[in-house]
Design a protein around this ligand. Structure first.
Ligand SMILES: Nc1ncnc2c1ncn2[C@@H]1O[C@H](COP(=O)(O)OP(=O)(O)OP(=O)(O)O)[C@@H](O)[C@H]1O
Ligand SMILES: [Mg+2]
Length: 289
């Protein structure tokens, strides 16, 4: 696979860790012309910022995430990452673009079923080299950070709950020391309690390490609890964007209003109540074990 190459830093990208412009992504189809899944999308992700992408099923959210993480090539557009214009859409390996990690809805496929949990994480630390004792020792530190004690280190992924597997996936992603974490429906399969724990964990990671995140979800209720800024996608385009509080409290487009109307009443919390720390609204708080 091709290696990312550098060009000059754009003056208007100061503060931005990642930015895309005029992104067009088409899928080939067996019959008819190509399907345009993403059509002229552009946005920035600033250092330490959590950007949400919401929209109905099929609106192109995952497609954007896959391109950001280097798993899919765009048809046209540009991507700037860490001050460099990226010439190659492909990442450099099976784990995608260097400096970007992606966490999917179901981490089962992301974790090697034959490897023990500590080795799954140590593999990311070793960066493709052979796994040594020191990598395994460091892996337990990352596992501890996501609330999994030493008793989990020797288990296989199938011996974990969905929430625990998701935490291993996050530990593995963190171990690769990314600048940007792309989460695609990463909490959608979890029950309310496991979901709250993972969301709190993501917030803690952002606070402690300043890792920027792109958080993709069809669920505006979840997004409202976590993100700073939200992009609303519809049919491959960004229809509306802004700070999460203003988009949720006063959506400008009827499409966004409909997405909001779909949120069950009990789950709704006015974003304006969140203040500068939406995380504080998430229950249960803090504890991870
Ligand atoms: N590999 C593919 N080949 C062809 N078309 C695809 C492929 N992946 C996605 N699509 C199409 O691209 C469009 C956008 O899909 P995408 O998966 O990005 O949507 P999404 O917003 O993530 O939806 P969801 O909320 O259901 O996950 C859809 O019309 C989908 O059918
Ligand atoms: Mg998707």
């Amino acid at each position: 696979m091709a290696t990312d190459q550098t060009a000059t830093t754009r003056a208007d990208d100061v503060g931005s860790v990642m930015s895309v412009r005029d992104l067009v992504i088409q899928y080939k189809r067996a019959k008819g012309g190509p399907l345009t899944a993403v059509d002229g999308v552009g946005f920035d992700v600033n250092g330490g910022e959590i950007v949400g992408i919401v929209g109905e099923s099929g609106s192109g959210k995952s497609t954007v995430g896959l391109v950001l993480a280097g798993f899919l090539e765009a048809s046209s557009g540009s991507l700037t990452f860490d001050g460099r214009t990226i010439d190659s859409w492909s990442g450099t390996g099976t784990s995608g673009r260097d400096g970007v990690q992606m966490i999917f809805q179901d981490s089962t496929t992301a974790l090697n079923p034959r490897m023990r949990v500590a080795a799954c994480v140590a593999e990311a630390i070793a960066g493709g080299g052979s796994i040594g004792k020191e990598h395994l020792a460091q892996a337990t530190v990352y596992l501890d950070r996501v609330g999994l004690g030493p008793e989990f280190a020797r288990r296989k992924p199938r011996e974990l709950s969905g929430g625990q597997r998701q935490r291993v996936a996050i530990a593995r992603a963190l171990a690769a020391r990314p600048r940007v974490l792309v989460c695609d429906e990463s909490v959608s399969a979890l029950d309310v309690s496991a979901r709250a724990k993972i969301l709190n964990l993501l917030i803690r990671i952002r606070q402690e390490e300043g890792i920027a995140m792109v958080f993709i979800s069809h669920d505006l209720a979840v997004v409202s609890q976590l993100v700073d800024r939200v992009l609303v996608m519809c049919k491959g385009e960004i229809l509306e964007e802004g700070p999460v509080a203003s988009v949720i409290d006063s959506p400008q487009r009827s499409y966004t209003q409909q997405l909001l109307a779909a949120i069950p009443r009990l789950e709704r919390t006015p974003a304006s109540m969140h203040g500068t720390s939406p995380a504080s609204q998430i229950q249960p708080k803090g504890e991870l074990k």
